[in-house]
Ligand binder design. Structure first.
Ligand code: PMP
Length: 405
């Protein structure tokens, strides 16, 4: 059994009073809070190991390099990659998608080639492809979303043709919470030899993720959505792809030798990590992975499912409140609107009750458009959240209604 009181004690910020009310942090889809273990890892690096990596032969640099590279091993274990060579550190999910688009996409895709994304994608998995479209004339095809927030898989199958040269789809929607049938998506892509990128930003802290089982070509996620620090992310790539892909950022640390005539690049993953990286951040990601791995996935999933179900039940009781995305298979987030009340007003008023939620388009404007809305209010959950916090949200939402009655 998860010891929630013990878990909550790892996150001292949860004791904070906001507007003289106990904080209910329900904005984990934006970023999760960080446990003491992660904060301490950052502090430890700067206090005890502060040094640059891969370059120095001195003691401190060796320690920092070891700690940094140890995280690569932890990521490998977490997502069951074949080798640490498949793990590229980036600054986040956005940077990971851009790297793939600018390296693989720019070099392998040509005018008329089709890329399949979905209507629920985050802007991070739309805009980079549009930039490539404007440059190279690729065509973006979009898998639509049903009214319940699930992907139209028949449309997915029918959109695939011999022109399809890449598939890039999110595992879990940051807005709807929908868990997409990623295995099925990858299976079809693999059957046809089409590379597939999985945006696992909203999956990685909520469910076990196995890149070998999925057999995806690429996977991207951010440390800050999995109890880790901001400014760090991961790009997983299959060996044959990473080896063949050119780097997109040149500079120190990504080379084997440089002369004015010729530069020889380092091997993957190092050729994609130019310049001094976020060393403390990567080390702290290691601490975040240790933290996640200290729990039983089954218990984490069961608890979050219970919380989501409870949130659905309670929110549905509020007259005029509409949940956006009611698909069965959900994780992490519940989006909703309230008749005639702008989500920003909802967010501002519940904040006065200490409840932190996100409002707006959640970097998914095309998804909003497909639901005929401009914004939602979203409560999103993490391992430390409780039913009491859901109650606090519900109470605050009733206050919103009173104000607008
Ligand atoms: N994809 C999804 C599904 C996300 O939820 C987010 C963050 N909201 C991103 C991509 C972008 O992540 P980051 O801002 O950390 O690069």
């Amino acid at each position: 059994m998860l010891d929630i009181a013990k878990i909550r004690a790892d996150f001292p910020i949860l004791e904070k009073q906001v507007h003289k009310k106990t904080l209910a942090y329900l904005d984990n889809g934006a970023t999760t809070l960080k446990p003491n273990q992660v904060v301490s890892a950052v502090e430890k690096h700067y206090k005890e190991e502060c040094s640059n990596i891969h370059r120095g032969i001195h003691w401190l640099s060796e320690r920092a390099t070891e700690s940094y590279e140890a995280t690569r091993g932890k990521v490998k274990e977490l997502i069951n990659a074949d080798s640490t060579d498949n793990i590229v550190f980036t600054s986040g999910t956005t940077a990971g998608v851009n790297l793939v688009v600018q390296s693989y996409g720019r070099n392998k895709l040509n005018a008329g080639d089709e890329v399949i994304i979905s209507a629920m994608e985050h802007h991070a998995n739309i805009v980079p492809w549009q930039m490539l479209r404007d440059e190279k004339g690729i065509v973006i095809k979009v898998v639509p979303v049903f009214e319940d927030g699930s992907l139209d898989m028949e449309a997915y199958y029918s959109l695939i043709s011999d022109k399809t040269k890449f598939i890039s789809i999110m595992y879990v929607s940051n807005v709807l919470g929908t868990i997409n049938p990623m295995q099925e998506i990858c299976d079809k892509a693999n059957e046809l030899g089409i590379p597939v990128l999985v945006d696992a930003a909203q999956a990685i802290a909520h469910m076990p993720v196995d890149v070998q089982e999925l057999n995806c070509t690429f996977m991207v996620f951010s440390a800050h959505k999995m109890y880790g620090p901001t400014g760090v992310g991961v790009l997983y790539g299959k060996t044959e792809y990473l080896e063949a892909m050119p780097p997109v950022t040149g500079g120190g640390d990504m080379i084997l030798s440089v002369s004015f005539d010729k530069t020889v690049y380092n091997v993957a993953p190092y050729k994609f990590e130019a310049g001094t990286p976020n060393i403390a951040g990567v080390i702290a990601l290691g601490a975040a992975i240790d933290y996640i791995q200290s729990f039983d996935w089954k218990e984490v999933e069961e608890r979050e499912e219970e919380l989501i179900e409870y949130a659905h039940e309670q929110l549905q009781e509020i007259p005029g409140l509409k949940i956006i995305g009611t698909a069965k298979n959900k994780s992490g987030a519940v989006s909703f609107t309230m008749k005639d009340i702008h989500p920003h007003d909802i967010g501002t008023i519940v904040d006065r009750s200490g409840v932190a939620i996100r409002t707006g388009h959640h970097c998914a404007q095309p998804l909003m458009e497909s639901f005929g809305i401009v914004a939602t209010a979203r409560a999103s959950f993490a391992i430390y959240n409780t039913k009491e916090e859901v109650d606090q949200l519900v109470k605050a939402l009733k206050k919103v209604q009173e104000i607008f009655a």
